[in-house]
Design a protein around this ligand. Structure first.
Ligand code: GCU
Length: 326
């Protein structure tokens, strides 16, 4: 076991073993970004507002850097009530509740307004509620911008991806997307990606500018192409077991705090993208490329046809999302 994995698992065991000494309303929240990532700041805001709105009875303690496990491991802990909250994303949640895969369809959203209209509206709420029988409930979404390919060499069309090993999140939709684009998908946890890129285990990855910089991928992949192939929301979820322990007033306070923090994130995100792009260009020597997205869009069109044929229910949600942006 690698030393950092060993340390993580010791920390996780110690933290989880202490649960009994913590008051029932101290909620432990796990996520895989570092403290400089805007989502950490947005969730600190959420924790502060939850405390205020509940008159001090709700406390949220945030554990960043995947110290309590990867997103997948944390979500498994959440299902059995060993952890209270997780900030994951729609890609990772797809394996737990397939409804989330609607968000993972490439070129789904027209723009940021469309994304907000859906995530902060009725459809977004319906998807957050869909996982109740899987042991967790979604509270809110966080902006995670658009995802783009990066590698040592420029990727300007699907032809450039041919033969490349591309790291994807452990999501069947992401795997299918990269296959449709002509490359070989390699599902890996986020924390393993830096080394995988550095050692050539994968040739390319895809993410938003902020995570590309905070995870230091820009040190090992200098060509960033604006393929903007997906806008996959980060999602804040709570264990059903923890949720049911809260009073109705606490549930209301937590939900409101979560929604307010998503609005806080809207500004934080825009600032972070600008700042991180500048940092990548000036300090990491990264080149950002605008490209013609048409061939990428065309390459994944069959995914919509296949979805309609194979999963009418999910396809209907996807169409509802698309119509909301028309
Ligand atoms: C984004 C997202 C994370 C996710 C990561 C990934 O950065 O915010 O939740 O883990 O992508 O590519 O794995």
């Amino acid at each position: 076991m690698a030393i950092n994995k060993l340390v993580s698992s010791i920390v996780a065991t110690a933290v989880l073993a202490c649960s009994a000494s913590v008051s029932a309303a101290t909620l432990k929240l796990s996520h895989n970004h570092d403290r400089n990532h805007p989502v950490h700041e947005a969730m600190q805001f959420m924790a502060k507002r939850a405390k205020e709105l509940s008159g001090g009875s709700l406390k949220v303690r945030i554990y960043p850097d995947a110290t309590l496990g990867t997103q997948r491991e944390s979500t498994e802990l959440l299902q059995i009530g060993a952890l209270d909250m997780v900030k994951s994303n729609a890609s990772e949640l797809e394996s737990f509740e397939s409804t989330y895969s609607a968000f993972n369809m490439p070129y789904l959203f027209r723009d940021r307004d469309h994304f907000y209209q859906v995530t902060m509206g009725e459809i977004g709420e319906k998807i957050l509620a869909s996982s109740e029988d899987k042991g967790f409930i979604g509270l809110t979404y966080y902006d995670a911008g658009s995802r783009n390919f990066y590698a040592a060499k420029p990727i300007q069309s699907p032809a450039d991806l041919k033969g490349m090993k591309v790291r994807v999140q452990p999501s069947p939709t992401a795997v299918s997307m990269v296959q449709h684009m002509g490359a070989s998908p390699t599902p890996l946890a986020y924390g393993e990606l830096y080394t995988a890129l550095d050692q050539g285990v994968v040739d390319s990855a895809e993410n938003n500018i902020t995570s590309f910089v905070t995870s230091r991928h820009g040190e090992v992949a200098k060509q960033f192409s604006f393929s903007e192939h997906a806008m996959i929301p980060d999602v804040l979820v709570i264990s059903k077991i923890s949720w049911d322990k809260l009073s109705a007033d606490e549930q209301k306070a937590l939900k409101q705090a979560a929604l307010e923090s998503s609005m806080e994130m809207k500004d934080l995100w825009a600032e972070a993208e600008d700042k991180n792009r500048k940092y990548a260009e000036e300090k990491m020597g990264v080149t950002f490329m605008s490209i013609d997205k048409t061939p990428f869009v065309k390459s994944v069109e069959p995914m919509y046809v296949e979805l309609k044929k194979n999963n009418a229910e999910l396809s209907a949600i996807v169409e509802e999302i698309r119509k909301a942006g028309a």
